[in-house]
Design a binder for this molecule. Structure first.
Ligand SMILES: [Zn+2]
Length: 247
């Protein structure tokens, strides 16, 4: 982190301190104030994920050069997992002020992801953010060590969940009902098709850009194309893909 980055955070803190002072002047109780992170905590949060957004579907770098060669840009935010004040998202009144501003209650995100998690509390509950934080840190460590493995697989699946949630949701249900099902076909509801009886079916009408979604799964080696001389496209799920659904 450059000096300029530290200056940026210091300025933020100064604003926060001035804000606190105004609240005191208004006679508000300290508990009603925000439990902001101090600069070293923000610094640690950013460094633990290599200055990348912790949202596995984003992973955007949050630090880079400014035009001025002596300065750097920061678009990262040390977001609170449970809110800094009682009117904020995911607020937990049981926590002490110290715990609320502790590094364990922070997650490093880019500005747009920080906004996203605060605007949709039900989609991004505490458990999801803690999970993001854990895999963000683990990905940073693995990148440092130049390793790849199961963690990267987990990141991949989280990314896929964002790209084709509808399709994965249907596959999840199908595999739960047919744990031995591996073969599937893609069809239009307007076509007549003689099923062999053991294949799962996904309809173009139910999933936008179904071919593109399957192309991505093929690229990642999660399905294989076994179309022979039939009109309908036939595929099979690989065992790695099936395992992801807990089957
Ligand atoms: Zn982000």
């Amino acid at each position: 982190m450059g000096d300029d980055h530290a200056l940026y955070l210091d300025k933020y803190q100064r604003i926060s301190l001035e804000h606190s002072f105004v609240l005191y002047q208004w006679g508000l109780h300290p508990e009603e104030m925000r439990d902001e992170f101090v600069t070293p905590v923000k610094d640690i949060l950013a460094k633990r994920v290599g200055f990348r957004c912790s949202n596995p579907a984003c992973r955007k770098p949050t630090s880079g050069p400014q035009e001025d060669s002596t300065k750097s840009i920061n678009i990262g935010v040390a977001a609170h997992i449970t809110a800094a004040s009682s009117d904020g998202p995911r607020y937990n009144p049981a926590l002490s002020s110290d715990v609320r501003k502790d590094v364990t209650n922070g997650i490093w995100l880019c500005q747009s992801c920080a906004k996203l998690i605060d605007n949709d509390e039900s989609r991004y509950p505490i458990e999801v953010l803690q999970h993001w934080k854990a895999i963000g840190e683990s990905a940073a460590l693995r990148a440092l060590e130049n390793r790849s493995g199961p963690e990267d697989e987990e990141l991949l699946f989280l990314r896929l969940e964002q790209l084709m949630q509808d399709l994965l949701e249907e596959i999840r249900k199908d595999l739960a009902a047919h744990p031995l099902g591996r073969e599937f076909v893609t069809l239009s509801k307007r076509w007549s098709y003689w099923a062999k009886g053991n294949e799962l079916v996904y309809y173009f009408e139910d999933h936008t850009e179904l071919d593109n979604k399957l192309r991505i799964l093929l690229n990642y080696g999660l399905i294989r194309d076994i179309t022979s001389n039939s009109n309908a496209k036939h595929y099979v799920f690989t065992e790695a893909f099936v395992r992801y659904f807990g089957v």
